[in-house]
Write a protein that binds this ligand. Structure first.
Ligand code: APR
Ligand code: ZN
Ligand code: ZN
Length: 361
């Protein structure tokens, strides 16, 4: 029997989001219905609303979520009703060329639910990142459910589903930050701060936070930054070099996603160092660099999609480390809000007032 629940949709380009009744089908083969307990508000949700991702309105927003599996369809063996799970948007297929080469974190054919959730009039919804969790319940592919320790608060656990995982993974998976490394992070929002926390977890000796907003630099220190640079006041490339014996950092993580900050990252790294781009650029942005510098400075220029995470490996590990007090995922939750407060939360996110607003049910 299909169920009716309350959820938040983006009805059309730049129209305010609104709460609607959503029809959730029973889970089919390989699918699961999850009762959502918490879901963070992410920039990507705002980009969907603004039409920046695609035109497949209406969207069922929300994708950084944790909850309890309510029911599963045929053939589902990895999760069962009652399991506490974090939802992921990388349910690996096991069969694409990336998976077959043993690199499932690059999976090119990730799974989503096959059936559609709809409005009462039958209009099909496009769930954000194949999840759609600003709703009391949602329908996903069972592989999108990653079991974690149920002792952790859902508001904290859910954040691993997107931005916080992207940042931590940019440092530990993509950047391969190691003990004693020097790391610079440009842009200290939720993603950059998570990269700072990840670098600290990985044993970085020096972690330089760069932002244009002093409030963000203060928070970055709490996450583990050992030094801060306000790049409005000081040239970040010069400042990072000065803090690293004149050399530049071993790993520079670009968590803004703009050509000028990418260039800063490129020149602020040591020879043969690594740049990790985890901030998401927009389609019109162009990058111009002297090719001789790209060659001559060596090292590696990497992108990090979702922190190159493998949910089944990384989510339970990070929850365990959080429970042991070795990384403070709770520090990313600025406020908890209700389902009707998302439009205002977008405003606060835009103004840089919050790391994460989390809808709790
Ligand atoms: N130089 C340094 N920092 C900057 C600059 C700049 N030119 N422009 C913006 N910033 C800082 C902001 O002050 C803010 O602290 O970058 C940070 C961006 O943080 P958020 O807006 O909170 O974004 P976040 O959620 O961290 O995501 C960062 O990753 O997922 C993508 O779409 C997302 O591109 C965005 C990026
Ligand atoms: Zn695959
Ligand atoms: Zn997100």
């Amino acid at each position: 029997m299909a169920q009716h629940v309350q959820g938040v949709i983006a009805p059309g380009k730049n129209e305010p989001v609104r709460v609607e009744t959503i029809v959730i089908p029973d889970p089919g083969p390989g699918e699961a219905v999850v009762k959502i307990q918490a879901c963070g508000v992410c920039h990507t949700d705002l980009h969907y609303k603004q039409g920046g991702i695609n035109d497949e309105f209406p969207f069922l927003l929300g994708h950084e979520a944790a909850g309890v599996v309510e029911s599963v369809g045929d053939g589902v063996t990895d999760v069962a009703p009652g399991d506490f799970v974090v939802l992921n948007w990388r349910a690996v297929c096991g069969q694409c060329r990336a998976c077959l080469r043993g690199r499932p974190w690059y999976c090119f054919d990730t799974h989503n639910a096959k059936q559609k959730m709809t409005l009462l009039d039958g209009t099909e919804l496009s769930p954000a990142l194949g999840i759609g969790a600003f709703a009391e319940k949602t329908l996903v592919a069972a592989g999108q459910c990653t079991k974690v320790d149920p002792e952790v608060s859902p508001a904290v656990a859910g954040l691993l589903g997107c931005g916080v995982m992207a940042g931590i993974g940019a440092a530990i998976n993509t950047g391969q930050v190691g003990r004693g490394d020097s790391v610079a992070v440009i842009g200290c929002g939720g993603v950059g701060d998570a990269a700072i926390a990840g670098a600290r977890l990985a044993g970085a000796a020096k972690i330089i936070a760069v932002d244009i907003d002093d409030r963000k630099l203060e928070t970055a220190k709490k996450m583990g930054a050992t030094h801060t640079v306000n790049s409005r006041a000081d040239d970040p490339v010069e400042a990072i070099r000065a803090l690293t014996g004149g050399n530049g950092a071993d790993v520079v993580i670009e968590a803004v996603g703009r050509p000028e900050t990418y260039k800063q990252a490129f020149y602020a790294r040591d020879l043969a160092g690594t740049v990790v781009l985890v901030g998401v650029p927009t389609p019109e942005m162009q990058l111009e660099l002297p090719l001789l510098d790209v060659f001559g400075r060596g090292g590696s220029l990497k992108s990090s999609w979702y922190g190159d995470c493998l949910p089944s490996r990384d989510f339970p590990m990070l929850i365990d480390l959080h429970q042991q007090g070795r990384i403070d995922l709770g520090a990313f939750v600025t406020e908890t809000i209700g389902l009707g407060d998302i439009e205002q939360a977008f405003g606060r996110m835009h103004d840089g007032d919050v790391l994460r607003s989390v809808v709790v049910f």
